[in-house]
Design a protein around this ligand. Structure first.
Ligand SMILES: [Zn+2]
Length: 323
């Protein structure tokens, strides 16, 4: 700081005279400068922190954002894993347990303890509570489902042991060669009747194929009906034992006779367009204790989980029922 020089006007001499301030006055001036300076700098610092946050806060904020992103990614991955597991559950209930004649896994067992909100109370204090709680819930759900599914599979393995003979007989493949699933025309369920245009229950599954395409028997058994049937045209019915029968309809040619034993995969007929039919196709039914089942659950020897999903979608196509 440069030394200040003070003057005072003297009316008697009409001149400015230099004055020399006392030490006290000088100290006061210095202190005043210091005081103003500190107030100003505190103001600037406060403003800076207010607008920009301290460097430490900035770091925490960045970490927090990264954590949130990470949580969202995790949440999505858990969703994907749950989806795969859901697929397994579907197959478990609709295929494996059907084949082995076991009751489906109880929903209560599957979901036991998952939706217990008190588990997550300590997480609710967090700033991103919703994201953290929902992700934790999903992970707990996943862990539970994996545990239940493992137990279920162990049970099924035990059930399957000693049932080889039964497994050879129950329908387990598609009745026509259909690797790319292009022949899947329409599935089981309520469909619009192709001729009368009314809603009607379709008891089987339709596979579109050219006349003469080989039709294969889907499980070991014995031929119990052959010949013309009302609506179905040329038809073959196989009795597989274990309360299972399959029906193959609208055939152009029948290659087996009544009473004949057949083995899964054996050609028994050729696709046709006989009976009530809107084009060459095979109508296929699976009957358990005389009641039509959804055939989609009886292709477990040649469908992967992805194929099963695709076929489910194709079979839901309501527009192409051929009867
Ligand atoms: Zn049909």
């Amino acid at each position: 700081m440069s030394k200040k020089i003070f003057y005072i006007y003297n009316p008697k001499t009409l001149t400015y005279e230099r004055v020399y301030p006392s030490l006290r006055q000088r100290i006061i001036v210095v202190l005043r400068h210091l005081f103003v300076g500190s107030i100003l700098s505190i103001g600037v610092i406060v403003a800076f922190y207010f607008w920009f946050g301290s460097p430490k806060e900035e770091l925490l904020k960045m970490e927090n954002e990264q954590m949130q992103t990470q949580y969202k990614v995790l949440s999505k991955r858990v969703d994907a894993a749950l989806e795969v597991l859901n697929d397994l559950q579907q197959r478990d209930d609709n295929m494996y347990r059907v084949i082995l004649q076991a009751e489906p896994v109880n929903d209560e067992i599957r979901n036991n303890g998952i939706y217990n909100p008190s588990r997550y109370e300590n997480l609710l204090q967090m700033s991103d509570a919703e994201l953290v709680v929902s992700t934790s819930q999903k992970v707990d759900n996943l862990a539970r489902q994996v545990y239940v599914q493992c137990n279920s599979m162990n049970e099924l393995v035990k059930l399957a042991q000693g049932q080889e003979e039964r497994i050879k007989h129950i329908p387990a493949i598609q009745p026509v060669s259909n690797k790319d699933l292009k022949r899947t025309a329409s599935g089981y369920g309520y469909r619009i009747d192709p001729i009368y245009k009314t809603t009607k229950f379709h008891q089987g599954m339709d596979f579109s194929a050219n006349v003469g395409t080989p039709v294969y028997v889907t499980g070991n058994g014995r031929v119990v009906e052959t010949g013309w049937q009302q609506g179905f045209g040329n038809t073959v019915v196989i009795d597989h034992g274990y309360d299972y029968k399959t029906r193959y309809a609208h055939l152009s040619k029948i290659l087996v006779r009544k009473g004949q034993e057949v083995i899964r995969g054996e050609e028994i007929a050729e696709v046709g367009n006989t009976g009530k039919s809107t084009g060459p196709h095979l109508h296929y039914e699976v009957l358990y204790k005389g009641k039509a089942q959804n055939p989609i659950n009886y292709y477990f020897f040649d469908l992967s989980p992805e194929d099963y999903d695709r076929m489910t979608q194709l079979a839901e196509n309501q527009g192409r029922v051929m009867d």
